[in-house]
Design a protein around this ligand. Structure first.
Ligand code: HEC
Length: 100
């Protein structure tokens, strides 16, 4: 019984952690915003620019036009989660994380 309660608490807190990641723009702003910003070297981009399925495939298929291998696979995975959570076809499309 104690074990069950413990694992329930654990899975709820893990769920909380992954939700915080999906809604927290910090990594996206730090890793993508360094180039993608108003007045930066690349145009501003936002989660709502693409549908979730498109974001999932974008980096998997190496569509990004310049080398971003300095971003670790783990960070990129979290950023994709964030992009999908605010994608055009999500419940809360995020169109102004990086202002145009
Ligand atoms: C080293 C600088 C740099 C970093 C870091 C970077 N990008 Fe880019 N990105 C560019 C450049 C340059 C282009 C092509 C020119 C443009 O679109 O303004 C581009 C293009 C894109 C495009 C295509 C734009 C379009 O209109 O289709 C997307 C989408 C994109 N980047 C997303 C991202 C995401 C998400 C991240 C973070 C994981 C990221 N980029 C990190 C420089 C960067």
């Amino acid at each position: 019984m104690k074990k069950t309660v413990f694992s329930m608490v654990l899975s709820i807190s893990l769920l909380g952690a992954s939700m915080a990641t999906a809604s927290d723009p910090a990594l996206f702003l730090a890793k993508c915003g360094v180039c993608h910003s108003k007045g930066g070297q690349a145009a501003s981009i936002n989660p709502a620019d693409k549908a979730g399925a498109v974001w999932k495939k974008y980096f998997e298929r190496g569509r990004h036009p310049v080398d971003i291998s300095s971003i670790s696979a783990a960070d990129l995975e979290k950023i994709v989660e964030f992009l999908v959570a605010g994608a055009a076809d999500s419940e809360k499309p995020a169109a102004a994380v990086i202002p145009k």
